[in-house]
Design a protein. Structure first.
Length: 433
């Protein structure tokens, strides 16, 4: 599907966005192995999170509800049943990586696969620790999905993550729930901690120290009544749009502002963004607040070192924003981007060049000079939701009408993206490609 996006006037108004994708995945998975019914409100509408619900159902867990509210009837650590067919993770790396930690401990064999994009994403980072814990895993060419997981009793390990990854950390911690004793995960830098927060809320025994998390095996997890905060990664596209289009002023309500995710807000402020958070509250261990943002002249900056891991999902839209700053944007230490839904370094640079923006592809990132003008272009999402949405933002600041091919990719994480953009005053035209 194509979307045609024209230059926008000032973006103004107040938004409520769908539930956080990362938190939704984790609530659904942990609820399925807790005891009793967990109610989840504002569950993500993204296709990835519904892949997780589909897998949970296939493992014998009753899931009631629709839209954004579900009740998951957990059956405890030992309540999952062997699936009647292969588990389908769709496009969701989160689903296959995190669920594999639970599947590794089950007294049955399961097979989990995904779409063509997911089938190209390497899985050695979860295969290695799970096999160290005692699971047996077969994979295509030794590293690609589908994964055939021969579960069974696991033993606790201490595992040093070679690269900071919240998904791999989560996989190991979920497997650690089934191991006797204490499982520990250490890492070079802190990654998002939604798993640690959720496990504590459900009743797991965790110890969190700098660069080291431990979980005690065989806890009793208890059902909860939960509400998912709005997704900061989804909000990032509208924050960038408001910063890019002169005269804009937006308020985004109920956004999750977890300290391990708030690096985005700190980075934007450091570039000169005028944004504020007038109130904060704690909800199920997660900080939630309203973000107000208005058009700002930005200086530019660099994303490198530990900051890269903290901003990895936001780099595509930050790259767009960087071209309009005074000094531009440099991204380093981001080779992880090459194994996302697409090679995001290559696809970001290619689409920037299509709109007349100078951009250099680096082995582990990109260099984008500042003070550049955007011109309308025909973009390709390459089937990647974050690429589709990032270049919709770019089109708002371009002269003329831009075309985004593969616009339907946004539904993976943010099905309401195009409608939300239109409600802010940007008339869109859709057509089937």
């Amino acid at each position: 599907m194509q979307k045609r996006v024209s230059a926008a006037g000032p973006l103004r108004g107040s938004l409520s966005l769908a539930g956080d994708k990362s938190i939704s995945h984790r609530y659904a998975l942990i609820a399925s192995i807790a005891e009793g019914p967990t109610r989840i409100r504002n569950y993500s509408t993204g296709a990835d999170c519904h892949s997780t619900l589909g897998c949970v159902r296939a493992l014998g867990i009753e899931v009631e509800g629709a839209g954004t509210e579900f009740v998951i009837h957990g059956r405890g650590l030992d309540g999952l049943r062997a699936p009647a067919a292969d588990l389908d993770a769709g496009n969701s790396g989160s689903t296959i990586r995190m669920l594999s930690g639970i599947l590794a401990a089950q007294p049955f064999t399961s097979r989990i696969f995904g779409d063509a994009s997911l089938s190209r994403r390497p899985m050695q980072r979860i295969i290695q620790p799970l096999e160290e814990m005692g699971a047996r895993i077969r994979s295509r060419e030794g590293r690609f999905p589908p994964l055939e997981i021969h579960g069974g009793p696991l033993h606790a390990i201490e595992y040093a993550l070679p690269v900071a990854s919240a998904q791999v950390k989560t996989c190991i911690l979920l497997a650690g729930l089934y191991a006797e004793g204490e499982t520990a995960v250490t890492g070079p830098v802190a990654s998002r901690d939604h798993t640690e927060v959720a496990l504590r809320e459900f009743g797991a025994d965790l110890t969190v120290a700098p660069h080291r998390i431990t979980v005690e095996g065989r806890p009793k997890l208890t059902a909860l009544d939960l509400e998912v905060p709005s997704d900061l990664s989804s909000a990032a596209f509208f924050l960038a749009a408001a910063l890019l289009v002169p005269g804009s002023h937006l308020a985004i309500r109920g956004v999750g502002i977890n300290p391990t995710r708030a690096a985005l807000l700190d980075f934007l402020r450091g570039m000169g963004a005028r944004l504020r958070i007038p109130n904060l509250e704690s909800r199920h261990g997660e900080l939630v607040g309203e973000i107000e943002v208005e058009y700002s002249a930005l200086e530019g900056g660099a994303v490198e070192g530990p900051l890269t891991a903290a901003l990895i999902d936001e780099i595509p839209v930050l790259a767009v924003l960087g071209a309009a700053t005074e000094r531009g944007l440099t991204v380093r230490d981001a080779s992880e981007l090459r194994i996302k839904e697409t090679d995001r370094i290559r696809t970001v640079v290619e689409n920037l060049r299509r709109m007349g923006v100078a951009a250099e592809e680096l082995p582990d990132g990109m260099a984008i000079p500042g003070h550049q003008k955007f011109r309308a272009a025909q973009f390709d999402s390459f089937g990647d939701h974050r690429i589709a949405m990032a270049f919709a933002v770019a089109a708002l600041a371009a002269e003329g009408e831009s075309v985004i091919e593969g616009a339907e990719a946004a539904s993976v994480s943010f099905p309401e993206f195009w409608d939300t953009l239109e409600r802010l005053g940007n008339p869109l035209k859709a057509s089937r490609a």
